[in-house]
Design a protein around this ligand. Structure first.
Ligand code: 5MY
Ligand code: ATP
Length: 475
């Protein structure tokens, strides 16, 4: 790729989140991920090119040296920092503006620095998996936190029983982020039980919010850009899916047909999510493994604790998430200890690697935390690092790309759908592995209190007699 000869006509809007905007190449399997800034923040110094470069390089280092070893070589693509001509970046910004969902326009793309992250387009299969002409489907899932806290520092009994995602739904509806409740529960998806996973996936298809997207040949065909602009018509989705699962069969129709096609899709996703080299070794996190807010029948929830094959993608993510073993309530006092130390000795920020570098030594410290608190700042800072890594794992997304393949060209990672005998080759990747800022910890602490309080107010009312003082502390 000649970076000095970029043509804006070869790039299109692909998607965005809270912190970055992504454009994809029309032919090549490549994306550029640009940083975003609050539109009101015109004076902000982080717009200097040097700071933007440092920021994007830290994202690469964190993905490569910290998240990749934890999550697995095959799943993580850390990408490279590229410097693009400002003229090209500004043209991209203009071109994509009308495609952007309204709710994301409070932030603008970085057109000042020229730096971006260049990554493979993970909605498409790597070229060696299939011929370029083959049509591909991709499912993106943002699974969120898949375990209930097991820390003794938790002050509210409810947190041991109802997961954060399910509690958070109530607050999100109240503040207008979404208008319909999602019945998806991450604990069902992470359970390893096919029945519970299927239930979770059906709920994601029913109400995707920002937790499910489907792409066909790299273009979004199903999911929620935002509340105002949603692509959520299941019939249209079925229409797109049928040729993949029933290539030679026009007979499948009606509600039975719809169910069958969705079940096949769910089967493919489940197989990809559970795929492991050794499926006998299981991972089950500490604490209760089902959430009381899940609408699945209690008996199924209780019995459906199969555990995840240890090296499948879900298990890798869950193990990284459980590095948060103190819960924000146990972590916050340690954050305060680090903060006090830094106020007294600001120069210690570098030695303690608060803002990186995210290198091997950062990972080693993270993996060798002493079991007991000895009152030192070293212990506190290591727990803070662990917590931040867990936060990244709680907010990442999984991409499952698959494409039909012929019987005589079955690659290693393939699956065959039993009913229709369709054959697919597939790949699984994890994206959005940016480091979460140290400065966000007080916000996390406050938000945790808000989520629990609102959930209790909404669902239990006066029945709950827990002590609320802890969460009302000012931070
Ligand atoms: O706090 P949460 O659980 O609401 O997660 C935020 C996400 O909201 P969600 O609940 O998934 O809709 C939020 O997603 P949306 O912008 O709502 O799509 C971001 O991913 C945010 O991360 P960051 O601040 O951009 O690094 C996420 O913030 P972090 O908690 O990961 O910092
Ligand atoms: N390498 C990639 N290949 C294909 N699509 C991608 C890639 N990276 C990101 N995307 C798409 O762009 C969207 C936004 O990217 P990403 O999740 O990294 O943004 P973000 O701002 O960090 O999100 P968040 O709101 O979670 O912080 C993703 O949901 C995904 O659909």
């Amino acid at each position: 790729m000649e970076l000095d000869q970029m043509d804006v006509n070869e790039w299109k809007y692909h998607g965005e989140g809270n912190k970055s905007l992504v454009v994809s190449h029309l032919q090549r399997s490549q994306v550029f991920r640009f940083l975003k800034y609050p539109a009101s923040d015109t004076e902000n110094l982080c717009k200097t090119a040097r700071n933007a470069f440092i920021h994007v390089q830290k994202i690469v280092d964190f993905s490569k040296n910290v998240m990749k070893p934890l999550l697995g070589e095959n799943y993580v693509h850390h990408g490279v920092v590229v410097q693009l001509p400002l003229e090209f970046v500004q043209s991209v910004c203009l071109k994509v503006q009308q495609e952007r969902p309204e709710s994301r326009c409070d932030k603008m793309m970085d057109t000042f620095s020229g730096y971006a992250l260049c990554l493979p387009n993970l909605t498409k299969l790597p070229a060696f998996h299939f011929s370029e002409k083959q049509s591909s489907l991709c499912i993106e899932i943002k699974p969120k936190c898949g375990f209930l806290p097991f820390s003794r520092h938790v002050s509210r009994e409810t947190k041991y029983r109802v997961c954060r995602f399910c509690m958070h739904q109530h607050l999100k509806l109240a503040n207008g982020k979404w208008h319909r409740m999602s019945r998806y529960c991450p604990l069902d998806l992470f359970s390893g039980s096919k029945q519970r996973m299927s239930f979770a996936l059906k709920n994601l298809l029913q109400e995707p919010q920002n937790n499910l997207k489907i792409f066909k040949n790299g273009t979004l065909i199903y999911g929620c850009k935002d509340e105002k602009d949603s692509l959520q018509d299941l019939n249209t989705l079925i229409h797109h899916l049928k040729p993949y699962f029933y290539p030679a069969n026009g007979l499948i129709s009606g509600s039975h047909g719809t169910r069958t096609v969705l079940n096949e899709l769910i089967h493919v996703i489940t197989v990809a999510l559970l795929n492991a080299t050794d499926s006998r070794r299981k991972y089950i996190p500490e604490g209760r493994t089902y959430c009381e807010a899940s609408t699945l029948h209690r008996e199924i929830l209780r019995k459906g604790i199969s555990g995840l094959p240890k090296d499948c993608v879900l298990s890798k993510i869950l193990q990284a998430q459980t590095l948060d073993n103190l819960d924000i309530e146990g972590l916050y006092p340690l954050y305060r200890r680090v903060q006090q130390h830094l106020e007294e000795f600001p120069e210690e920020r570098t030695r303690l690697q608060i803002d990186g570098p995210y290198d091997k030594s950062f990972l080693e410290k993270l993996e060798n935390v002493q079991p007991e608190d000895d009152g030192t700042v070293e212990y506190a800072v290591q727990k803070v690092h662990q917590y931040r890594v867990a936060m990244t794992a709680k907010d990442c997304s999984i991409m499952i790309a698959f494409s039909p393949c012929a019987e005589d060209e079955l690659p290693d990672s393939h699956l065959v759908i039993p009913s229709s005998k369709s054959r697919f080759t597939y790949s699984v990747s994890i994206l959005d592995l940016d480091p979460k800022p140290y400065e966000n910890i007080p916000h996390q602490y406050k938000l945790d209190g808000k989520i629990v309080n609102y959930f209790l107010k909404k669902t239990l009312g006066k029945q709950e007699h827990e002590d609320c003082t802890l969460v009302l502390h000012s931070v």
